[in-house]
Design a protein around this ligand. Structure first.
Ligand code: FES
Length: 140
């Protein structure tokens, strides 16, 4: 299951008819991208200095957070979400994103449940009995 978390408290969310949240809802409703997707309207995704903000999550994938968005970014967010769903790791490079979203990634968070995509350090993890992942560099 993939998640699109949309901050509902960012000040530039806009009026109900024209805001980013409503544009995203409209684009996703009835679209194939809605399959296996949770659309979450959340209080904050931690990108408050750069409103509006959304985040992509999925088990075993990197978390990507975007900031500085306006309603005109809605189509690019949906396209980036499609790419995120198709990717194995979720760690989309800036160059892989739709042009309008380049420079809008405000955070990339690795998952600890994704040792396949992260090089191992050889240090056992307390929760999996496996090896602790280390951070891999952000792709160019
Ligand atoms: S209030 Fe929107 S990211 Fe914090």
């Amino acid at each position: 299951m993939h998640s699109l978390s949309v901050c509902r408290t960012c000040p530039r969310g806009g009026a109900p008819e024209t805001g980013l949240r409503e544009r995203l809802r409209a684009l996703i409703a009835g679209s194939p991208i809605a399959t296996g997707l949770q659309l979450l309207m959340v209080e904050c995704v931690g990108s408050c200095p750069r409103p509006c903000a959304v985040a992509f999550d999925a088990p075993g994938k990197w978390r990507l957070r975007f900031g500085g968005l306006t309603p005109r970014h809605a189509e690019d967010v949906v396209e980036a979400l499609r790419l995120y769903k198709e990717s194995e790791s979720g760690n989309l490079s800036d160059a892989a994103l739709p042009y309008g979203l380049r420079g809008h990634v405000s955070a990339r968070s690795p998952t600890f449940a994704c040792p396949k995509t992260l090089p191992s350090t050889g240090v056992p993890t307390p929760f999996s009995g496996g090896v602790a992942p280390s951070l891999s560099p952000v792709p160019k």
